[in-house]
Design a protein around this ligand. Structure first.
Ligand code: BDR
Ligand code: CA
Length: 308
């Protein structure tokens, strides 16, 4: 099995991505490192533990990471995910406990344990990975593949006009990470918008007779209503698309390789990802940008994870 380490800030769409990963027979989730982002770390840790329990995998180690961005405090996304990050439905806490080891240290340890094999998937702000890199800049040499949900490759942002949430929350961390890895796979917000599901179909999938579907129906309800209100017929689940790309790279139908960096200083564009579409900088093509993914394959994976 392919070892998979997931850095995440659950989060409603993170939760679906985690169900997909835990359901995949070809991959072994070796740990969850938890970031602050969608909501505070206290909640994202609690949600990760709960999700593992609901998925029947309370054995997956969960490591708490950084409670704040590297430099500047940043607003969360509770408006989208609920004050507790899981739709404020008041579920009972998981019986399992978070590990003592810090997420950045766990990341480094697991990168040694699975050197050359480990697939690292990031579904939240990149604070933990940036910290790990500062502690040990050789980290990228041991990671087989890095898959990142972040950015808006043509500056069509979701949290500001130009920036996507995971980068905007901690631009310095994103800068450090995306600069350090010579190649990474990117599923950005614009790809997310191109791979929506119809709300009325999602509602049907959520009627599956499984504990996972019931749980997901409850925690995603308010977010789905919010999204229907704001964005119309289609529901967009950023982290699930990134996870489909991570678990099944063969499903990618179109990828563009380009140099990509993070804007740190802009007055309107701080946290934007800047793609050198015309290769004007001479910088190496570090980003493999997902443009099109097989929608039927994506859907099948989401539905299987919910129905399990
Ligand atoms: C990203 O931001 C978060 O709110 C989601 O969980 C996803 O990771 C989308 O911009
Ligand atoms: Ca996320």
């Amino acid at each position: 099995k392919i070892p998979l380490l997931i850095d995440t800030d659950p989060g409603v769409d993170d939760a679906l991505a985690l169900l997909m990963a835990l359901h995949c027979p070809q991959h072994e989730v070796v740990g969850l490192t938890i970031a602050a982002g969608n909501v505070g770390l206290r909640y994202t840790v609690r949600n990760a533990l709960k999700l593992c329990e609901v998925a029947g995998r309370p054995d997956i180690p969960v490591f708490a990471g950084c409670a704040e961005p590297l430099l500047h405090p940043s607003p969360d996304a509770a408006e989208v995910h609920g004050q507790d990050g899981f739709g404020d439905v008041g579920f009972p806490e998981a019986r399992t406990q978070v590990q003592d080891e810090h997420a950045a240290l766990a990341l480094l340890r697991l990168s040694h344990q699975y050197a050359g094999e480990l697939v690292l998937v990031t579904l939240g702000p990149l604070t933990n990975v940036a910290l790990a890199l500062k502690l040990d800049p050789t980290l990228p040499t041991r990671i087989k593949r890095l898959v990142v949900m972040a950015g808006a490759v043509s500056a069509h942002g979701n949290i500001t006009p130009a920036a996507e949430f995971n980068v905007a929350f901690d631009p310095e961390a994103a800068h450090l990470v995306l600069r350090a890895f010579p190649k990474f796979d990117l599923a950005d917000w614009e790809a997310t918008l191109a791979h929506g599901f119809l709300h009325r179909e999602v509602e049907q999938w959520l009627q599956a007779a499984s504990e996972r579907a019931r749980f997901y129906e409850a925690i995603s309800r308010n977010t789905r209503l919010w999204s229907e209100d704001r964005r119309g017929d289609h529901w967009h689940s950023a982290d699930s698309l990134a996870m489909a790309f991570a678990l099944d790279p063969e499903g990618a139908l179109e990828i563009a390789e380009r140099p990509l960096g993070v804007e740190l200083a802009g007055t309107l564009t701080r946290g934007a990802t800047v793609t050198d579409w015309n290769r004007q900088t001479g910088a190496p093509d570090n980003a493999r940008i997902l443009l099109r993914y097989d929608q039927a394959r994506f859907e099948a994976r989401v539905r299987a994870a919910l129905a399990a």
